[in-house]
Design a protein around this ligand. Structure first.
Ligand SMILES: C=CC1=C(C)c2cc3[nH]c(cc4nc(cc5[nH]c(cc1n2)c(C)c5CCC(=O)O)C(CCC(=O)O)=C4C)c(C)c3C=C
Ligand SMILES: [Fe+2]
Ligand SMILES: [Fe+2]
Length: 343
């Protein structure tokens, strides 16, 4: 029987208060996040992680001191393994980029499993050099070190995948139904990026806009009022906009209720449960927004898990390599540009 290892990638989050600082250090020490040469990057990462740690620790304090990202990812991995049981022997693994279980640990676990084939599945529907490419690069380095050489099929991006879009559309429509007075505006709020990253060719913003437009079409609501905006800015650089806080203030001025859909996140963590649910809700109240509903992330919604399962089946049916949801091969050398943007 064919043995398949499926590796789910995500960012990772601190599991307890004293892991906040080393988690942040790992994040800022990633050349995909801070593009400085060493030893400068190491020093800057030490400095910024030290400064950011108290702010981030307070964020995670609202979640009992740690991020729920890992347990939520485990639930997705288990559901995915069940959905793919017809493929033969299937085992799902998790590789987080900045906190445990980290890529080094997971590569060893996959090597011990001795699969016939490996599928790499980033839990980022939209491809970014800062997330997907960083995780895949790290995987390649660690897999090479230990000699993990099984054929590897990679899901590069799935911003238009039918089940993902339908899951988000259904969750957003259900949230919209909770607004009892006034016509709501939908904010598709995605994690932001520094502007210069997008200017260098990162396809993330373009793919976020593609996802939002598809969700709107799938919702099929006449004259829907919607906008894409970006949250979570950190650091001194200029980030892509409009920012979610600008859009919340504008909704206050316009007197419209808000439905906030975290379009680029597929499970709950600090960015949804604290930033949107607590901080943005508070800003909405202060700004005079008449109602504020947060849309839950797809998590282990069967529509979404089926969508991931389809992405896995699709890449397994193609030669080993990295693929997008429209069947165009991504650039394996750069992991930067995605071919479906050009076409
Ligand atoms: C400083 C630069 C950062 C870039 C660029 C960035 C891109 C990026 N991140 C996600 C998804 C997540 N980020 C999360 C937390 C988080 N991100 C940054 C910084 C950048 N992210 C920081 C400093 C933090 C820590 C929390 C904080 O201090 O505010 C998380 C949540 C982790 C958890 O709680 O478990 C996710 C998920 C995407 C999708 C993305 C670019 C496309
Ligand atoms: Fe982030
Ligand atoms: Fe693509």
């Amino acid at each position: 029987m064919t043995k398949t290892a499926i590796v789910l990638f995500n960012l990772g989050g601190p599991d307890r208060p004293d892991s906040v600082r080393p988690f942040l250090f790992n994040l800022f020490n990633d050349p995909a996040i801070i593009g400085l040469p060493n030893p400068l990057r190491y020093l800057v990462a030490k400095l910024i992680s030290g400064r950011r740690a108290p702010v981030a620790a307070e964020i995670y304090q609202h979640l009992g001191g740690g991020s729920p990202l890992l347990p939520n990812t485990v639930a997705q991995a288990d559901a995915l393994t069940d959905a793919l049981s017809d493929l033969g022997e299937v085992k799902s693994f998790i590789a987080m980029r900045y906190w445990h279980p980290m890529t080094e640990e997971t590569v060893r676990a996959v090597l011990d499993y001795a699969p016939d084939q490996v599928v790499l599945l980033p839990l980022y529907p939209q491809f970014s050099t800062t997330t997907t490419a960083s995780s895949l690069k790290k995987w390649r380095e660690e897999a090479t070190k230990v000699g993990l050489s099984a054929p590897t099929h990679i899901v590069g991006c799935y911003p238009r995948a039918d089940g993902y879009i339908r899951s988000v559309a259904q969750l957003t429509k259900a949230a919209m139904a909770q607004i009892t007075a006034g016509k709501p505006r939908i904010l598709f709020s995605a994690h932001g990026l520094p502007k210069k990253v997008v200017e260098k060719g990162d396809p993330y913003q373009w793919q976020v806009e593609q996802s939002a437009a598809r969700v709107v079409a799938a919702m099929d609501v006449p004259d829907l009022d919607w906008v894409v905006c970006y949250q979570s800015r950190v650091g001194p650089l200029e980030w892509i906009g409009p920012s979610t806080d600008q859009e919340i203030r504008r909704a206050g001025q316009d007197g419209v209720p808000l439905v906030v859909c975290p379009i680029a996140f597929v499970s709950e963590h600090s960015e949804t449960l604290v930033e949107i649910e607590l901080e943005y809700r508070h800003l909405a109240e202060e700004s005079g927004v008449p109602a504020f509903i947060r849309v839950p992330t797809p998590g282990d919604d069967p529509l979404f898990i089926e969508s991931l399962a389809k992405s896995v089946r699709d890449v397994l049916a193609r030669p080993a390599g990295i693929w997008s949801d429209e069947g165009n091969k991504l650039c394996p050398a750069q992991f930067g540009r995605c071919m479906c943007q050009a076409g």
